[in-house]
Design a protein around this ligand. Sequence first.
Ligand SMILES: [Zn+2]
Length: 259
Amino acid sequence: MPEGDAVYRTAAKLRGALDGQVLTRSDFRVPRHATADLTGRTVLTTVSRGKHLLTRVEGDLTVHTHLRMDGSWQVMAAGRRTAPGDQVRLILANERWQAVGVRLGMVDLVRTGEEERLVGHLGPDLLGPDWDPDEAVRRLRGAPDRTIGEALLDQRNLAGIGTIYRAETLFLRGIWPWKKVGEIEDLNGLVSLAQRLLDANKGHAGTVTTGDRRPANQTWVYGRAGKPCRRCGTRISRGEMGAQPQERLILWCAGCQLG
Ligand SMILES: [Zn+2]
């Protein structure tokens, strides 16, 4: 599932292809907006907010998309055929490029002035210009009995963390994922570390939290269930957190994450 750093890169890719260009075609393949047509309008820009993408178009319109589990935006030469079998949800094209949204989990078209209705509930964006660790901590503290593992994934607390950064951040801080938020002393250190990890990875594909970019060495616990911990040798545990049906994968080291 794409996390904040991947969404950030996607926004940059869309800016490169669409910003300042007049749309020569738009194709919404979702029932709700099947008749929408943005042809002739100039794309102003695309910004990311946590895992949400906002593509602003001339005339007070914003195309709101979310990659959810396995969606993506692909940029290719205008007129090129998309791969057969791709579940295309939206195409935005200009004379030179087309941006093709595949398996997008959300496609919406709203007034730009109403964007807050879509993303106003989000906590501070770890990769946004307005990142505010104190505000993220304040929001986390609002539910002290919640497990830190669940609280970190709740985008209303802070926006951009998914299962990879959750697992890696908690490992690096030595925190058991089921520890209650109210029992964690240095929440600021925790969210600041998460921010640094996302920031360090926003410029390239993949997630490297160990500082070692070789494929087998990139993470401490994520993707390493059953393998020995790089620090203490204990086999990495794998489980699920959260209430059904929203439980999500968690990996941790029972030797290192005692705190
Ligand atoms: Zn360990």
